[in-house]
Design a protein around this ligand. Structure first.
Ligand SMILES: Nc1ncnc2c1ncn2[C@@H]1O[C@H](COP(=O)(O)OP(=O)(O)OP(=O)(O)O)[C@@H](O)[C@H]1O
Length: 280
């Protein structure tokens, strides 16, 4: 698989007096991969998101997106065209008075011809399952619907990479699920590379790979399930709570009930608990 993002020993600080917000971080991301970046408040996740989008530039090290280094000012727009970001607050992401206007806004700004715009609007709204809300006012939608419209606005520009910067953290469980389902589908069928930045390890479960940040450093990297199994205590020391399914599995093991395999989603866990109950 093609390497789409390469972060090489990156350091960043906001000003001369402050300490480094990102310290010596290195990783790469392949096309079509889903990477979760997790960390407690202040660990440097959002700073990293802004570095990946060339909104901030490292003072040391380099970030290369699809062959374009962010250090070269001329590459800024090539990078932003490839990296779309969905932010935390659903209410701060709207500019249009209807869902349709809102998704059209980014396309208009990028000078797409009208015919192409209409195709892209319809296509992206369909992909987030919001086609029946075209004429609705964005502020009347639920949190999950708002974030799905925000995602439609981002994917209308057809980026190769979507960064979700705490994009589900203000949503209720239902809204969170809706957004995650849409992202999962885009990752699977459209092969869009996803970077989800979150303090919630439940969300990281679905990623192919996970990086944990602490005080600006990338301290753990691997498959989420492996990290949860091996480094639970370490995650706790970074103020990160293990997903409920993993905590329950550990508690059951302490009582002598061993679940075979890994049950990461609630549905998988419930199925396994029923199987266990039927055996006893
Ligand atoms: N604009 C800024 N000016 C100065 N320092 C900043 C600025 N933004 C963030 N920082 C500092 O950089 C460090 C990393 O912050 P960052 O926002 O990247 O962390 P985070 O993991 O995303 O946390 P949160 O979830 O709270 O946003 C923190 O110490 C923070 O105080």
């Amino acid at each position: 698989m093609k390497e789409l993002i390469n972060v090489k020993d990156v350091f960043f600080r906001y000003n001369e007096e402050s300490s480094d917000a990102v310290k010596g971080v290195s990783f790469s991301v392949h096309e079509g991969e889903w990477l979760a970046i997790v960390g407690h408040n202040g660990s440097g996740k959002s700073t990293l998101a802004k570095l990946l989008n060339a909104l901030l530039l490292p003072y040391k090290g380099e970030i290369i997106i699809d062959g374009y280094s962010s250090l070269d000012e001329d590459n800024k727009w090539e990078i932003r065209r490839r990296v779309g970001v969905v932010f935390q607050n659903p209410d701060n992401q709207f500019v249009g008075t209807s869902v349709l206007d809102d998704v059209a806004f980014g396309l208009e700004n990028n000078g797409f011809p009208r015919d192409e715009m209409l195709v892209r609007i319809q296509d992206s709204i369909e992909k987030v399952n919001m086609s029946s809300f075209l004429e609705h006012e964005p502020y009347r939608l639920s949190g999950g619907q708002k974030q799905r419209v925000a995602i439609a606005g981002v994917i209308a520009l057809r980026p190769r990479i979507i960064i979700l910067d705490e994009a589900t953290s203000m949503l209720d469980p239902r809204g969170r699920k809706e957004v995650i389902e849409v992202v999962k589908e885009l990752n699977k069928t459209e092969k869009i590379t996803v970077i989800s930045i979150t303090h919630d390890l439940e969300e990281a479960i679905l990623a192919d790979r996970m990086i944990a940040m602490n005080q600006g450093e990338a301290v753990l990297e691997g498959k989420p399930v492996d990290i949860f199994e091996k480094y639970g205590e370490q995650l706790k020391s970074y103020s990160l709570d293990l997903p409920f399914s993993i905590q329950l599995k550990k508690k059951l093991a302490e009582k002598g009930f061993n679940l075979s395999g890994n049950y990461l989603t609630h549905e998988e866990l419930v199925d396994e608990l029923w199987r266990l109950k039927l055996q006893t």
